[in-house]
Design a protein around this ligand. Structure first.
Ligand code: PLP
Length: 378
């Protein structure tokens, strides 16, 4: 049997929803609706409602969502922003692109921001904190927000991997001053390419985001029924609009999203049950997390990958060199022992709603074979 890491997800989803997808595309083309049109407005409403916040703006990637959120909150050259080294590079990269300085702190064994390190990293130049809700788990937001309030810092949640996760019943993305999401294809809510979104409860931040994503031009936003006042003072903006076609695809998928998250949870539970007695470290779990990824620590990651590959199961290993140790980025002065340790240990098993039970069972069987005869057969 062959189990691929993600591609079957795209193909199977398309086969199942082809009629709706084709109809939605046809509607966009027939009406000539491509830039900041009805589907974008509809998706923004869907996203804000889903995240239980007041406002949402579509942009063209999770990376741009971060840049625009940082900028809307006032991030400028010379500022310092605290985030983690253990993240997708974009959380750090966009701080640098604004001329600010990323201050990297470590994570705990769960891969999330080590909140105990935040206050020691604050200086007179610190303006914000960027917690990253990695692998569908939510950082300790009540403590992070309390620290931010005490030191008058803004908080942007990098929730690109956590749409629909909660902590203490509260949605990821609804804690900070703004939160960013990615809808790139492999994400839990993925489109056909790149897309992103920003959510916030602040009208002022929202209106700034609308200007920034579209060259400081409000004309097209007006087509959607949002009519922010024309700015008296202009600023430099970007071209970072969510495409109407991508929004149309996301409006279809978001209807199935709760069901898709449920299936991902089911798969994660099957993995945990099927692998629980093996000498392999399974992911730490939060009760209300979502499963963007299912990450295990099998020991020798390359040997394990080869074993699975020989049996037709595709795994993902990435970023074995942590971001701050990448040559050329000027970040190697940061000392992040946990980040450095876990970077070499992580392997991702396939997890997407379209996986069949037979494929999940086969994947479990192959993992078990790797650890046998050390572990007893189930
Ligand atoms: C944690 C995190 N931040 C930011 C991004 C950037 O999103 P995008 O790829 O849509 O630019 C991603 C995903 O790729 C991510 O996983």
């Amino acid at each position: 049997m062959k189990v691929d890491f993600i591609n079957s997800s795209y193909r199977r989803y398309y086969q199942e929803h082809k009629a709706q997808i084709v109809k939605a595309l046809d509607k966009c083309f027939a009406k000539g609706d491509f830039i900041l049109r009805e589907e974008v407005a509809r998706f923004e409403k869907n996203l804000a409602d889903f995240c239980e916040v007041k406002y949402s703006a579509g942009v063209n990637s999770g990376t741009d969502a971060l840049k625009i959120a940082y900028k809307a909150l006032g991030c400028k050259p010379g500022d310092e922003v605290i985030t983690v080294g253990h993240t997708f590079i974009a959380s750090i990269e966009e701080i640098v692109h604004l001329g600010a300085k990323p201050i990297l702190i470590d994570v705990g064994e769960d891969g999330l921001m080590n909140v105990d390190q935040i206050e020691a990293a604050i200086t007179g130049k610190t303006v914000g904190i960027v917690p990253v809700h990695l692998s569908g788990k939510v950082c300790d937001m009540p403590r992070i927000m309390a620290i931010a309030k005490k030191h008058h810092l803004w908080v942007v949640e990098d929730a690109c991997q956590a749409l629909g996760a909660r902590l203490g019943g509260k949605m990821a993305g609804s804690f900070g001053d703004a939160a960013c999401f990615s809808f790139i294809s492999p994400k839990t809510l993925g489109c056909a390419g790149d897309a992103g979104g920003i959510v916030t409860d602040s009208k002022a931040v929202y209106e700034k985001i609308l200007l920034l994503r579209n060259h400081y031009n409000i004309t097209q936003n007006a087509l959607l029924g949002h009519q922010p006042k024309a700015p008296k003072i202009m600023g430099w903006g970007y071209n970072s609009r969510l495409d109407n076609i991508q929004a149309a695809l996301l409006n279809i998928k978001i209807k199935y999203y709760p069901k898709m998250l449920k299936r991902r949870r089911e798969i994660a539970e099957k993995y945990s049950k099927g692998l629980g007695d093996l000498p392999v470290s399974l992911p730490t779990c939060q009760p209300e997390q979502i499963y963007q990824e299912y990450i295990i620590k099998p020991g020798n990651i390359w040997k394990f990958k080869k074993h699975m590959q020989d049996r037709g199961v595709e795994l993902l290993i990435r970023d074995t060199i942590p971001n701050h140790k990448m040559p050329g980025l000027g970040l190697d002065h940061f000392n992040l022992p946990m980040t450095e340790k876990i970077a070499k240990e992580l392997v991702r098993l396939p997890i997407y709603p379209e996986l069949t039970d037979a494929e999940i069972d086969y994947t479990i069987k192959c993992v078990r074979e790797y650890f046998l005869p050390k572990a007893k057969k189930k």
